[in-house]
Structures are given as structure tokens and as C-alpha cells.
Ligand binder design. Sequence first.
Ligand code: SF4
Length: 453
Amino acid sequence: MSVNHQPRPAVSVTTNACKLCTPLGACLAFRGIEGTVPLLHGSQGCSTYIRRYIISHFKEPIDVASSNFSESSAIFGGGVNLATALQNVTAQYHPELIAVASTCLSETIGDDVPLFIRQYRREHPERPPEIIHVSTPSYRGTHMDGFHAAVRAAVDELAEAGAPERRINLFPGLVSPADLRHLKEIMADFGVDYTLLPDYSETLDGEIWQEYQKIAPGGTPLAAIRRTGRAMASFEFSGTIAAEHSTGNLLKERFGISYLQTAMPIGVRACDQFFTKLAEVSGNPIPDCYRKERGRLVDSYVDGHKYIFGKRAVLYGEEDLVVSLAGFLAEIGVIPVLCASGGESGRLAEAVQAAAPEVADRITVRDGADFMDIAELAEKLQPDLIVGNSKGYPLARKLQIPLIRVGFPIHDRLGGQRLLHLGYRGTQALFDRIVNAVIERQQDASPVGYSYM
Ligand code: SF4
């Protein structure tokens, strides 16, 4: 069995890309570190776009500072601007960490940001905040590349060696705040200490404030990131990340920490793998409440099977999410006839095949895709439903089929940040949504309505 891998044909334009800009992903990850202000080294428009985009999904305030390039910085370099920005952010926010991400412009003119930061540290020997840097040219990667690079940069800069601790590192990738809260609950139920990085479960989905807070409370403490170098194992949810971009692999090479790269735990199969590994590593049995959740999930698969078996889905989004959802859809009897992503890791086809072997010969995989490609392929493949972020709405409307909103961004609904996907519980929520969307579509399309199905 093999997937039909269709690389994007050479084109001179992209129409409505199925990816977001690289520093946007870095900013998302940096928002999950306590006391941190992300700072974009480039022009103001980049930070405005990124703030606007993130706010539209999370409905939370997010400050992204900018070194505010002008024409002269584009010509003579942005070193002076960056020093001023670091000073202003320090004075106004009193952050624990300033996380600098480069933009297309500063990368194109070749600014040496690490050198600027070294100079700044020399000129400011008073205790400055920690400063980390990540290179995120947006013409070379997606928001997921920026996200992974930001997590890796934080660990690269802060992780320390020391006496081994009974502790687990968990690098979940881009999941929802609700997913992060559930992961924390799972780790607590297993009775094991952990570092979850990033953790924007509070910073991007917090409580109402009486007064505006310059830096939202929450996030992974810097002390916990330092301890990643002393953990007993790292879990990284990714089906496509390369060793040189992987934080788990960095810790393995530098500190000898055991590294488990697993798909996001969506679906019984992937959850079983994750929970079994967690039990092995922690030395504690799987708590009974998860055994019961699993049982209820399998029972619901039996109940819902007749509505969805053999349905055809178009699936798109970040590569890691697409891989995990393809495995889940195959498991519930839905064929993910198109698995598309704007990412270009070169690993998507192989990872989809491994995740969904039972239907691999019926899957078309397209990486480097835009929404024009997805629409063209969808017209041919005649899907029954679409699974992806809210950018698929025009296609779903055109094809008159349901869109199951998952991932990021969800701009046209409230609560995208509270959607749970991970674990048996998240899978249950996703399964119910899919089955009910299919039933609803049948009801809506019926000329005579229905009485009992
Ligand atoms: S110029 Fe580059 S970094 Fe800035 S918003 Fe556009 S794609 Fe992102």
C-alpha cells in the first residue's frame, strides 16, 4: 500500500496559503513561556499582522514588540533599532525573558542578531532580562517551523546539566490551550513532575482581569526550562520533525536524555501508545479514569460507526496535525482522501502512510499546498466532509459539505482555543463532532426531513 504523493506543481504565485508566517509560530510558542515578551526584529507591520491574527483566534490581548525598521535600518542594518527595542521593552514590561525572532526583512539584509545581542549584553551589565534569539525567515518555512525553532532555541539557551531528576519533558507542538490543560491533568494523574513547553494554556486563554496586565500570567517558568536538561525522558508530539529541528533530539545529544517522538495522541491507537509509554517512563500504572475514558470512546465508535463508515474527508493543516488526524480518521472508518499541508518537511507522505496504513492506497497527499490546490483536488475527490481550520469555510460552502473546525486559526467561531483534541477525552469530543456534523448534513439535505434515524 502507498499514498499518492502529489508534490505541488511549479507555480509563480500562491493563492491563500495553507500556512502562516514563520515568526508567527515563534510568537505563539514564546507566549507559552512565563514572563516573556516576544520581540520581532523587523518592521512594525509584521508584529501588527501577527498580533491581529493571534488575537482573532484566542480572543486574548497579545503584545508583540517590534524593533520598528525604517528605510534607513533596511539599508544600514537594524542593530541600533534592536538595542533601543530591548531597552524599551525592559523598561516598560520588566520581563524575565525577551524572545527575539527575525522577520523576512532583517533576514534578507543579513542582520547578525546574535552579535547585536552580545553587544547589548556587554553594554548593559546590570541584570538584564534573559534574551534568546531564533532565526525565522518566513520565506523559508511555515509557522510550525517557527514554533519548533522557538521551543528549541529556549531549551538550547536555558537547559542546564545536573543530577538526574524524576521528571518528564513534554513538547506538545501547536495544540489548543484546552489540550495543554488536559496534558497537565494527565501528567498530574500519573504523579510525575514535568516541564510542559510551551504552556500558553493560561496566557492565551486566561481569566478576566480587573486591570490590564502587561504580561499575562502563566507560561512555562524559566526554572522549569532549565531543568529540562536533567529530566529522565522527553516526549515530542510530531510525526514529521527532522532531528536537527527537534528539541527532544537536542536534549538527547547534549544531556543523554531518552527521547520519544510520537504522534499527537488523537484516536485510540495513538492514545494507547502515549499512555503506555507514559506508564513505562513514569513507572506508574495508567490511572483508572483513563481506562474508563478509553472504554467509553470505543463504545461510542461502535454506536457512531454506521453514520460515518466509508465517508471521505479532505484534511489540511499543519503537517503534524494532519498526520495525527489521518490516523484517527482511518481508525473510525473515514477515508482521508486528501491530506494537505502548506508545510514542506518532505516527510508528510511517509508519516501519513505510517499513521493510516489501512487506507493508505486511497489517500492523496499534497505538501506545499495552498487553498487553490486543495479546492482543485477536492472537486475531483468528492469528499463528504472537510477537516481543518476555518480557512476551509469557502470550500465547504461551495461543496455544501460540513467543515469540522480543528487547529489554528479558527476565526469564524468562538472557542477555537477551548477545543479539546488530545487524549481519549479529546478524541471523544472530536468523534462526536464529526458524527453529528454528518448526521446534521443528512438531515439538512433531506427533502422530507426526518423523524427517526
Ligand atoms: S513580511 Fe515576512 S515576517 Fe513579516 S508578516 Fe510578512 S511573512 Fe511574516
